[in-house]
Design a protein around this ligand. Structure first.
Ligand code: OGA
Ligand code: CA
Ligand code: FE2
Length: 502
């Protein structure tokens, strides 16, 4: 047995019967560890144990302290959030710091945002009894998914027939009146108009500044060549540098461009959008197929049913051969003074800015198109977004008649497939945030046959309080009495089991 094999217990096990051994030495003055390795080992093991236990306890205490810290901080956060909340009758927080000046809404709803994971990721989703759908991530910017066989062939047929029965109207009218009067009323000088158009304020009007203006103002989609033709026809660009200076602009009459275009004749193919559409109500009493689709969209998006119920009706769109829809956003940016169309009446504010606040677009392909008609996402998953570089010289990425092949992503229409994407980012607190610029998309020109699609937009006000007030107001309507549970913001489908990874 060697010293270093001794255990603490063996320390006392000295043979007792021996008399030949010298008396034991006096007790050591130095610490035992230094004198006897056997003692050293035993004492060290104890202290090692003590040290480990101390560390362990300190660690546990740290973890508990951290949990307390997180809990305390998020509690404060909630209190702060409810503090800037306007009137309403939701729960109050007795512990929230200073007494609120008005009653508070508590943000008690958090919107589910489906995770994309990575492009190509497939999740199984349960949307209808007895069937499992596969949902594939197509892009992360915007967050975009594809679900084949979302609608059955029969459902597609019924939706197209109902739309035809109701009748479709032109999606865009040829001339938009009222602009001339507006200009006269404001009595703007050429300098003032020039300034309005010169987005980058460099004292020149670039092609894209005129093109963007014409698209937004008249709904006429000019190509860079069209514009050069107009410049040539009007002898507008005297120095021929492709830009309009203030001097060149001054020589043109107020409505020179418009008159020139009208003389030439504007074709439907020169509009921002060349399609026909109608709206189908999906509430109580609607065709069962339409109600089923709404229910399925609710399960797909995992949003509170009340939000889906209160959204726009189903829009059914038909593109004939040659039809298209140039790249656009389904819903605009939101500034503090922007109102949402759907909550405007409840918002108690007047503003010149209004947008549809379509948080999600669900697009259904009702038929497989013989040629063309893809849905293009020009800047999907681009590393950066640069609005100016979308229209550069002769390449206009927004033009779906010419440049769909240059789009980062194209979805081919396939009967029954649904695609859906988020037009807004998250605000980081479970609600709607800023517009997602990458959600830019359009319908490529249909080269053969007809294309039928339907849009289900889910409208949510990025201002939580306005959305809540609006829902409260609508739920007070007498005809909704029997359907009250559908009008709360609280989700009643807690379907965490719906989405599972493959
Ligand atoms: C729309 C739209 C795309 C398409 O209707 O808003 O973008 O592929 N449609 O038809
Ligand atoms: Ca300019
Ligand atoms: Fe769209």
């Amino acid at each position: 047995m060697t010293d270093n094999q001794e255990t603490p217990d063996a320390e006392d096990a000295i043979p007792s019967g021996s008399t030949t051994l010298p008396p034991p030495p006096p007790p050591p003055l130095r610490p035992p560890c230094e004198r006897l390795p056997c003692h050293k080992s035993s004492v060290c093991s104890r202290s090692y144990f003590v040290v480990v236990m101390v560390f362990f306890h300190v660690y546990i205490i740290n973890v508990i302290a951290l949990l307390f810290y997180v809990h305390y901080n998020s509690g404060q956060d909630d209190a702060n959030r409810s503090r800037d909340a306007p009137s309403g009758n939701h729960h109050q927080r007795p512990e929230s710091g200073r007494p609120p000046s008005k009653p508070e809404f508590l943000r008690d709803v958090s919107l589910t945002r489906i995770e994309g994971i990575r492009v190509g990721h497939v999740q199984k989703v349960s949307l209808v009894p007895g069937k499992v759908h596969e949902m594939r991530t197509l892009s992360l910017k915007p967050l975009l998914f594809e679900i084949p066989e979302f609608l059955s062939k029969d459902e597609c047929r019924v939706v197209m027939q109902l739309a035809q029965l109701k009748g479709l109207m032109e999606s865009q009218l040829m001339v938009q009146d009222g602009q001339e009067e507006l200009a006269k009323e404001l009595n703007l000088s050429p300098e003032e108009i020039f300034n309005l158009l010169d987005i980058n304020q460099d004292g020149q009007l670039q092609l894209h500044e005129i093109l963007t203006h014409s698209r937004v103002r008249d709904g006429i989609w000019l190509t860079p060549e069209n514009l050069r033709e107009i410049y040539a026809g009007l002898k507008a660009d005297k120095d021929g540098n492709g830009l309009l200076s203030l001097e060149e602009f001054r020589l043109l009459s107020n409505d020179a461009f418009q008159r020139f275009l009208m003389q030439q004749g504007v074709k439907r193919s020169q509009l921002v959008r060349n399609s026909r559409h109608t709206w189908l109500y999906q509430g109580k009493g609607a065709h069962q197929v339409l109600q089923d689709i709404k229910e399925r969209v609710t399960r797909l998006t995992r949003l509170p049913p009340s939000l889906v119920d209160l959204s726009e009706p189903l829009q059914v769109v038909r593109y004939d051969e040659g039809g298209h829809y140039h790249a656009h956003h389904d819903s605009g940016p939101v500034y503090p003074e922007t109102a949402c169309t759907h909550t405007r009446l409840a918002a108690n504010m007047s503003t010149p800015f209004e947008t549809s606040c379509r948080y999600i677009t669900v697009l259904f392909y009702l038929n497989s198109v013989e040629g063309g008609g893809e849905t293009a996402f020009p800047v999907a998953d681009n590393r950066t977004y640069d609005e100016v570089s979308l229209i550069q010289n002769d390449v206009d990425l927004l033009d779906t008649r010419r440049n769909c092949n240059k789009s980062n992503l194209r979805v081919k229409p396939s009967k029954g497939t649904a695609v859906f994407w988020y037009n807004y980012l998250s605000d980081g607190r479970g609600w709607v945030g800023e517009q997602d610029e990458y959600a830019l998309h359009g319908g490529c020109v249909v080269t053969h046959g007809t294309k039928w699609v339907a849009n289900k937009w889910i409208n949510i006000d990025p201002d939580y309080q306005r959305q809540a007030r609006y829902q409260q107001l609508v739920s007070q309507q007498p005809e909704d009495e029997e359907d009250e549970e559908g009008l709360t913001l609280n989700p009643d489908i807690q379907s965490s089991d719906i989405h599972e990874d493959l």
